[in-house]
Design a protein around this ligand. Sequence first.
Ligand SMILES: CSC[C@@H](O)[C@@H](O)C(=O)COP(=O)(O)O
Length: 349
Amino acid sequence: MNSGAGLPAVIDYDRENNTITIIDQTRLPMDLVLKDLKTIDDVYLAIKNLEVRGAPAIGLVAAYGLVLYAHTIRTDDRLFFWGQMRGAATYLKSARPTAVNLSRDVDMVMSAFQRLAGAPVDKIINDIEFCTGLLKSAIKAAEEAIGRTGASLLEDGDLVMTHCNAGVLATGGAKGTALAPIYRAREEGKTVSVIACETRPVLQGMRLTAFELAKNQVPVRLITDSMAGICMKTEPIKGIFVGADRITANGDVANKIGTYSLAVLAQAHGIPFYVCAPTSTIDLSLETGSLIPIEERDPGELTQLWFEENMQVPDVTYYNPAFDVTPYELVTGGIITEHGFWKPGASHG
Ligand SMILES: CSC[C@@H](O)[C@@H](O)C(=O)COP(=O)(O)O
């Protein structure tokens, strides 16, 4: 199956072989490699190690992970079945803490499972698989809608900036979130070019966004994160478009580390800052962004990853938060969801 973005499906589930196939994003852009996930541990590690990453994509692969696991342990012993599934759900949710989509999608599958508690095991498994298929369709539909709203802000010849990867690789959908307006604008006959920030330390902007956009013939220029300020000062940037991992009730936005710095710079330069995210990324249970759990990752990502040599300096400590929180007042353009612009205080829909 194709992702519709010049790539194979980012996440695909084959029921016959009870296998999830993903694009292994740690191998991009050098190698476009598909990887099979056959066990719950495979799924957990794929999320943890960023083989599949991006808020909607990790939720989707975890949901398929539960389907895969249900097929694997299929048994008429309901108590055992339920206990094992609950353990698997907790395990998958622990892979990464910041993106709310992971726990939300796992919980969604588990509540479908619970609702069917008295049904035959085959029916339960069929239904949770169906539910996961619906989730995938909902991701695609949300992206189309986000794309339409976002593209209405763009004109032919515009230049935008983005950070990390909030494209198809991050969602397993059709257009991504922050990149959806750009893909949609192109469908409307408008060429929009993109400045992609490389996104230290794991380089999602360089390895994934630049790759994905180039593959789709979208003009893209890569910069290091430290070049964003000079670009905002000297280039006619129409807007900054980023995705989100979790948006709290007051509108604060957790997204890839470096997003907050871009929002501060954008405000200083009078450039609108837009966050594109499906409503499933809004977490009304948290009042403010300070309550969002921020994932801290291995310092090896600073000292080693993507380099031949270990560059760890003796007697130096390292700090590697994977996300930061941008306060709502810096989201000057607004938060674009599948229902149009969302403001704190409004319900999801
Ligand atoms: C549409 S995805 C939005 C976010 O998940 C994305 O911007 C991001 O921060 C991804 O971080 P990652 O650590 O690569 O999973």
